[in-house]
Design a binder for this molecule. Structure first.
Ligand SMILES: C[S@@+](CC[C@H](N)C(=O)[O-])C[C@H]1O[C@@H](n2cnc3c(N)ncnc32)[C@H](O)[C@@H]1O
Length: 223
C-alpha cells in the first residue's frame, strides 16, 4: 500500500493530524514564522500540541508555565485550553522569537490569556514564585538546563500539577554511556531525576520527530 515504512508512518501521521489536530490560520502562521526564523520543525507537531491541549484540559489548568516559547505554537495550543481568566506565562531568551510568540497569540485572540517574558529562563523563574502554583508546566528550552528547570517546576507546582518535558528521547542518545552531547546528557539527567523523585509519577511517550528522529515527551504528575 505504501512505498516504504517511513512513507507509511509519515502518511498515517498526516491522516491522524488532519483529523485530530487540524490547524487554523493562527497556528499555520506560527509555523510559517518559525520556518522564516530559520528553525523549521523546532516547534511541537500538531498532534503533540493537541496532546498538550488535552492534558491542560484534563488537569483543569488555570495557570500554565512554558519554558521555551519560540514562535508560540505550543503556547497557542496550551492557552486555548485555559478559561477566559486563565493565564499562560511563557519564557523565551531570544527577543525576536518572543516577538513572534506575541504575534501568534495576538492572531489567535489570546492576548489577555498570555504573557511572554524575555530572558534566560533561570533568571526569570525566581520572580514567578508569587504567581505559583502552576497547574501545568511545559519544559521545552535548552535541554542542558532541564534538571534546573525541573527543580523550579517542583517549587512552582502543587500536588496534581503536570510537568511535561519535550525531547527527552533524542534517538536514544540519553541512554548511551556517556551521553554523546550536552543535550543528551541534560535529557539523561532529567530522566534520572523524574524517575527517582519521590513526589513524581512519570511516563515517557516516544514518537517520530522531524528534527531528532525518534523523540518524545515525558509527562510527570506531582503527588
Ligand atoms: C524547541 S524551541 C520551543 C518550541 C516551542 N515550545 C513550540 O513547541 O512551539 C526552544 C526555545 O527555547 C528557547 N531557549 C533556549 N534557551 C533558553 C533559555 N535559557 N531561556 C529561555 N528560553 C530559551 C529558544 O530560543 C527556543 O525558542
Amino acid at each position: 500500500m505504501y512505498p516504504s515504512e517511513s512513507e507509511a508512518r509519515a502518511r498515517i501521521n498526516h491522516e491522524l493530524a488532519i483529523r485530530f489536530a487540524p490547524e487554523d490560520e493562527a497556528l499555520r502562521a506560527s509555523v510559517a514564522s518559525t520556518e522564516a526564523a530559520g528553525l523549521p520543525g523546532n516547534q511541537v507537531s500538531p498532534l503533540q500540541g493537541k496532546l498538550l491541549h488535552v492534558l491542560a484540559l484534563t488537569c483543569g489548568a488555570r495557570k500554565i508555565l512554558e519554558i521555551g516559547s519560540l514562535a508560540g505554537y505550543s503556547g497557542v495550543w496550551l492557552a486555548r485550553a485555559l478559561p477566559e481568566d486563565g493565564k499562560l506565562i511563557t519564557l523565551e531568551v531570544n527577543p525576536e522569537y518572543a516577538a513572534l510568540a506575541r504575534k501568534s497569540f495576538h492572531a489567535a485572540g489570546l492576548d489577555k490569556r498570555t504573557e511572554v517574558r524575555v530572558g534566560p529562563a533561570l533568571d526569570l523563574l525566581p520572580a514567578l514564585t508569587d504567581e505559583a502554583p502552576f497547574d501545568l508546566i511545559f519544559i521545552d528550552a535548552d535541554k542542558v538546563n532541564n534538571s534546573h528547570y525541573l527543580e523550579w517546576a517542583l517549587r512552582l507546582s502543587r500536588p496534581g500539577s503536570l510537568i511535561i518535558a519535550d525531547n527527552i528521547v533524542r534517538s536514544g542518545r540519553p541512554f548511551q554511556t556517556p551521553p554523546p552531547d550536552e543535550s543528551a546528557a541534560g535529557a539523561a539527567a532529567y530522566i534520572h531525576k523524574i524517575l527517582e523523585h519521590p513526589r513524581l509519577v512519570s511516563v515517557a511517550l516516544p514518537w517520530d520527530d522531524a528534527v531528532n528522529g525518534l523523540d518524545g515527551f515525558s509527562i510527570s504528575v506531582v503527588r
